[in-house]
Every structure is written in structure tokens, then in C-alpha cells.
Design a protein around this ligand. Structure first.
Ligand code: ATP
Ligand code: MG
Ligand code: MG
Ligand code: MG
Length: 360
């Protein structure tokens, strides 16, 4: 029989819209002969709503919509794919049980271990990292501490909480540069990320980042840099492999790979696949990607982002639920490495099912 898969998307995160675009693409790439898919949208307020069943739900272009009047779900521990049950006030009763859940959620309340914890409690198989790997990778401060401890090359930074503000001059002294990148500790899609060159700008940048998290990072701004990304994939046997590299060249008008450059401006950035990096350096980056994956406790998949500063490679961050939109790097890099997206889905789902079987 077909594998029954529930796709979770949307979510209580500033990356809600990106997730809707990712989910549409994931649905499209599932082989309809092998999977029965149900899309479950999580509204910005956190309500779980059945958005569509069958792979047809993902056809057509654009983002997946969450209906206002769909059946609502509550997540309860149940086991054996019966975790998702209808809440009291709905009439729909024949909700299918699931073999596996694919949380196509980005950012807090989805990529950070929260949903993964709920799925653990519910005893269902799910795609990707578990609680610790998700949380460790999502929190850039925690991730950098783990990476530093493992000897991985990271960009100098300081973490700051609203309770203990750091003055611009002290931040400059701590990271060794007057140009600073300021970002929320837990976020993605460049939401809340900005660059400061003066004390005045620094103040504005910190306020922006604090809108999204109570802890922010202040990093040395590397210039000039090249940005390269590597997709990492773990299969059901535990084999971990790294893809070809891709390079991102943000257009000058955006200054860096901002949210607008990523998702709003069609010409916001050029994606070069494979990246034009000498083979020896590319191999070293792939090794660093796999090491980062292991150090942070990632499972299943992650996209590891790097900065190249001359010959020097720095690990910037790991994304445990990377973008899956039509233009996203994660699936694209696997395509370029010879793994079509439908087969990528098979491996991710196979890993999830095998891990769940072993844990029982
Ligand atoms: P993602 O969508 O990849 O999850 P994110 O929100 O987690 O993004 P980062 O990848 O850390 O954020 O930063 C977003 C972008 O900001 C980078 O791709 C890069 O263009 C720029 N950037 C971030 N930190 C630095 C830095 N220290 N020096 C130079 N540029 C930086
Ligand atoms: Mg990120
Ligand atoms: Mg991200
Ligand atoms: Mg990034």
C-alpha cells in the first residue's frame, strides 16, 4: 500500500509564507503512485487545519493556502500514526492515520525542536532532525559554541540579550571590526538581519533583531565574501553525504542575501550551481558540512551555509529544514549531484520510517 504522509506547513513563524511555498513544492515532488499526502496547515495563530488531501493539493504554482473553514486538528499522543486527532467541534471524522509526518516548517515553532518534540510525544515517524539537533542548529549562539568547541571555523561574534546590552564600541572591540552583522539568534530567511557601520545604525539593527528574538547575535561583517551552500543528506542506513556546492551572488542593490533578495525580487540573487570553487577547497567545504551536521546533532537533512573570505572558509550556519521552494538550493543541489527531487523525498521519508522503527 501507499505510504501515508502528512505535510505540516505554514506555522507560527515569520517564515510562514516561505513554508507555504516550500510545502507546495514538496507535495508536487511526491510520487503519487507511492504516497498519499495530506497537507495540514498551521495558521499564524497556531491552529492546525487540514488544507487538502491527495497530491493534487500541491499542483499549480505558488504557495499552498490554508483554508479558513477546514477541519481543525489537535495534536495528541496516540501512537501508530494516530497522533493527529480531530478536536471537539468538527464534524469530519475520517481523518487518515499517517505513517510519517514531514514538517515543512521554517524558523521558530517548526525548525527549532518544538514541533519535533510534539511528534516524539505522539510517537509518529517524522522527517529530519529530532529535538536536540533542531534546537541546536536553530539557535545560532548555541550552534556557534558547539562548532567552536569542535574546532570548526566560525566568524567572530558576541551574543546579546535585552537584559545585558552591549555598546557599539564594545561590540566592535569584541568582534574586531567596525562593520557588524546583527541578527536574531533564532530565525531564518534573513528575517531581522541587518548590517551596522555606525553606533546609530547599530541601535536600529539591534531593535530590529530584538523584534524576533530575546537574544541576538552581533557578528564581524566579512567583506568581500562569497557565499556557498552545501546540502547534507542522511539515508536510512545512516550514511551521510554532501552535495555539490552552490554559490549565491546577491545583486548589488540588496547589499547582502536579504529576505527581499531571497524571495521577493526575482533578480535579487544569482544562484550558481555548481559553485565555481577549486576542487580541493570544495572537498574541504563538503567535509566541513558533514562535520557540522554531526557536531550539531542533525539528522536526515540540513543545508550548511558557508562564507568564503579569500581562501578561508567559515561555517555560517546550519538549516535543518531548509527552503524547498522551486528555486531553493537544498533540492537544487541534490538535482545537480544526480539525485532528482522525488528520489530525495524517498530517502528523507525512508530515513524517518527506519529511525522510528528502530526506536520502538
Ligand atoms: P537562512 O535563510 O539561510 O536560514 P538566516 O536568516 O539564518 O538565513 P544568515 O544565513 O545567518 O541568516 O544570514 C543571512 C545573510 O546575511 C547571509 O546569507 C549573508 O548574505 C548575510 N550575512 C550574515 N552574516 C554575515 C557576516 N558575518 N558577514 C557578511 N555577511 C553576512
Ligand atoms: Mg538559517
Ligand atoms: Mg533557514
Ligand atoms: Mg543562511
Amino acid at each position: 500500500r501507499k505510504t501515508r504522509i502528512a505535510i505540516l506547513f505554514g506555522g507560527r513563524s515569520a517564515e510562514h509564507d516561505v513554508s507555504r511555498a516550500s510545502a507546495a513544492n514538496v507535495l508536487r515532488s511526491l510520487d503519487p503512485d507511492r504516497y498519499d499526502a495530506t497537507a495540514i496547515g498551521i495558521t499564524r495563530e497556531g491552529r492546525w487545519i487540514v488544507a487538502g488531501a491527495g497530491n493534487g493539493a500541491g499542483t499549480g504554482s505558488g504557495a499552498l493556502a490554508i483554508p479558513n473553514d477546514g477541519p481543525q486538528l489537535a495534536l495528541l499522543p496516540g501512537g501508530q500514526g494516530r497522533a493527529l486527532v480531530l478536536d471537539g467541534h468538527t464534524t469530519v471524522r475520517d481523518l487518515p492515520a499517517f505513517d510519517v509526518v514531514f514538517p515543512v516548517l521554517h524558523g521558530p515553532n517548526g525548525e527549532d525542536g518544538t514541533v519535533q518534540g510534539a511528534l516524539e510525544l505522539s510517537d509518529v515517524a517524522y522527517v529530519g532532525s529530532r529535538v536536540m539537533g533542531s534546537a541546536a542548529a536553530m539557535d545560532k549562539d548555541v550552534a556557534k559554541r558547539l562548532m567552536r568547541d569542535a574546532g570548526l571555523p566560525i566568524v567572530p561574534y558576541v551574543a546579546m540579550s535585552a537584559m545585558a546590552p552591549i555598546a557599539y564600541d564594545d561590540a566592535v572591540a569584541a568582534v574586531g571590526s567596525p562593520e557588524l552583522f546583527v541578527k536574531p539568534a533564532n530565525m531564518g530567511s534573513s528575517v531581522g538581519v541587518s548590517k551596522a557601520r555606525t553606533a546609530g545604525e547599530f541601535d536600529t539593527c539591534c531593535k530590529l533583531a530584538f523584534r524576533f528574538d530575546s537574544k541576538i547575535l552581533i557578528e564581524r561583517s566579512l567583506a568581500p565574501i562569497r557565499e556557498v551552500e552545501c546540502s547534507v543528506l542522511e539515508d536510512a542506513t545512516g550514511l551521510i553525504r554532501a552535495s555539490q556546492l552552490g554559490e549565491i551572488v546577491p545583486s548589488d542593490k540588496h547589499g547582502f542575501y536579504s529576505y527581499d533578495a531571497k524571495y521577493l525580487d526575482a533578480d535579487g540573487a544569482l544562484l550558481r550551481v555548481p559553485a565555481d570553487v577549486p576542487p580541493a577547497l570544495a572537498d574541504r567545504i563538503r567535509e566541513l558540512a558533514i562535520k557540522t551536521f554531526r557536531v550539531l546533532g542533525c539528522e536526515g537533512m540540513a543545508r550548511i551555509d558557508f562564507f568564503l573570505h579569500g581562501e578561508q572558509a567559515f561555517v555560517n550556519e546550519a538549516n535543518t529544514l531548509p527552503g524547498f521552494t522551486d528555486i531553493s538550493m537544498y533540492p537544487r543541489l541534490w538535482e545537480a549531484t544526480g539525485l532528482p527531487q522525488s528520489e530525495l523525498m524517498d530517502i528523507l521519508i525512508g530515513h524517518a520510517l527506519e529511525r522510528h522503527k528502530r526506536s520502538r
